[in-house]
Design a protein. Structure first.
Lengths: 99, 215
């Protein structure tokens, strides 16, 4: 599966979870399965924690957009290909100094 | 854009969310978008949108209501189970305090404490700082947890330099952030005590630590 497809499924799926958690049919499903009292209690508990999937999205965005090309500590903050820093003009000028 | 520039943009975005989403101006923006008030530029707009119109527009006899809201009662005294869509959306995003705190703390702990980075095989590797520094981070988080949980004393302290209403608002915000701080402490415990084997700095030539499927 292509990386962009994985991202669509992950981010889209998490957004769907967020949306479903806030919908009335989700509450009614809880009522149907668990009864009026227990279902309402559990539904409110779940929906109160809707911050969890939203946190996941924002943490994943950091990993995806900021950390995705972060080189190992000590390496130059330069161009990176497949997780490894590649030579830049600065490296070629003085590779020891820039590393 | 450099790595540091991207970090700054991310942090600034989250901090802006923290400040802005509670403003009455933003609330009014949501109300305008969802046409909560008569005369709003968007009033009646959602009635013409299939599916969404049922949620945000003419919602039967109940009016423009949506069930995005939280459990607490609204300022107008309504039970928040059903309230106007714009009001509900504004309140929903205003209440994401734990999200902003959780994301901001955890990503920078991953970045600067565990020094997570891309490895030679394209996977994630870690090069954590020393145990002493990590113990300091734990201590800082525990201190932050105590500050967040002490809403009353924090409000009293903040009332000295700040107006009382702002001091109360800030203290309340810290109190709501408590879950985020607790979650980050738990994640650090997981990183340190459950998966310590993966938290060693990768040596040159070391085989990838993750299993690689043949072919």
């Amino acid at each position: 599966m292509k990386p962009w497809m994985r991202r669509v499924i992950f981010y889209g799926g998490t957004l769907v979870v967020v949306t479903i958690m806030c919908q009335n049919f989700f509450r009614e499903a809880f009522h149907t399965v668990l009864g009026e009292s227990t279902g309402e209690s559990l539904f409110k508990f779940v929906r109160t924690n809707v911050e969890a999937p939203i946190s996941i999205i924002f943490i994943a965005l950091y990993l995806d957009l900021i950390m995705a090309k972060k080189p190992p500590p000590g390496a130059a903050d330069g161009p990176v290909v497949f997780g490894m820093p590649v030579a830049s003009e600065r490296d070629e000028a003085d590779p020891v100094e820039s590393r | 854009m450099s790595l540091n520039a991207r970090r700054v943009v991310y942090a600034a975005t989250i901090v802006v969310f923290m400040f802005v989403l509670g403003w009455e101006v933003v609330y009014d923006g949501w109300r305008a978008v969802f046409g909560d008030h008569p005369g709003s530029p968007m009033e009646g707009f959602w009635d013409h949108i299939p599916v969404l119109g049922d949620r945000f527009g003419a919602n039967g006899t109940a009016g423009r209501e949506v069930d995005f809201s939280r459990i607490a009662a609204t300022a107008q005294g309504n039970t928040a189970e059903h309230e106007p869509a714009g009001e509900a959306m504004a309140r929903f995003w205003d209440l994401q305090v734990e999200t902003w705190v959780n994301a901001l703390l955890f990503v920078f702990i991953l970045d600067f404490v565990y020094r997570m980075h891309r490895g030679a095989d394209g996977g994630w590797e870690f090069a954590p700082v020393s145990t002493k520094v990590r113990a300091g981070v734990y201590a800082g988080l525990v201190l932050l947890m105590l500050v967040c949980s002490a809403e009353g004393p924090l409000r009293n302290v903040l009332e000295v330099p700040l107006p009382n209403d702002i001091a109360a608002s800030v203290a309340r915000y810290f109190r709501r952030a408590l879950e985020g701080v607790l979650a980050v402490i738990g994640l650090m415990i997981f990183m340190d005590f459950v998966r310590p084997g993966r938290l060693s700095e990768a040596r040159p030539g070391k085989r990838p630590s993750l299993p690689v499927s043949p072919g």
